[in-house]
Design a protein. Structure first.
Length: 110
C-alpha cells in the first residue's frame, strides 16, 4: 500500500515523515518514506509529473523505518538543522541519470 502527500516545503515533508516513522513504531509497524521536490502537474484533478514519479522511486529504495531523500531535497533544506547519511548513487527506474540518495539521520531532534 502506498500513500502520496504534498507539502509546501521539503523540510515539513521530512519532519512529517520522521513523525510518522516514530508513531507507527509504537504499534510494531514500519514504513518507508521517500521525499523529492520539484514541479508537479495537475492532470484531471490529480497531482502528477516526473517529480511525483521520482518521489515514488526514492520511497521504493528506502529501508524500513527510514526517510530517504534526493539530493534536491537535501540541498533545499541545507539550513534546516536536519542531518543526512549518504546512501549512495542509484538508478531510478524510468528516470534518466544517476541519483544520490540520503537517509535522514535520527540522532538529532528536529
Amino acid at each position: 500500500m502506498g500513500v502520496f502527500a504534498s507539502f509546501d516545503g521539503p523540510a515539513r515533508a521530512i519532519r512529517c515523515g520522521l513523525a510518522i516513522c516514530g508513531t507507527v513504531r509504537r504499534f510494531d509497524l514500519e514504513v518507508r518514506i521517500g521525499v523529492h521536490t520539484g514541479e508537479c502537474e495537475l492532470v484531471a484533478g490529480k497531482i502528477g509529473g516526473i517529480a511525483v514519479h521520482i518521489g515514488a522511486r526514492v520511497a521504493a529504495l528506502a529501508q524500513s523505518g527510514e526517510v530517504l531523500v534526493s539530493t534536491t531535497v537535501r540541498d533545499f533544506v541545507a539550513d534546516s538543522g536536519l542531518q543526512f547519511e549518504d546512501r549512495g548513487v542509484h538508478t531510478l527506474k524510468g528516470v534518466p541519470g544517476n541519483w544520490s540518495l540520503y537517509a535522514v539521520a535520527r540522532n538529532r531532534r528536529v
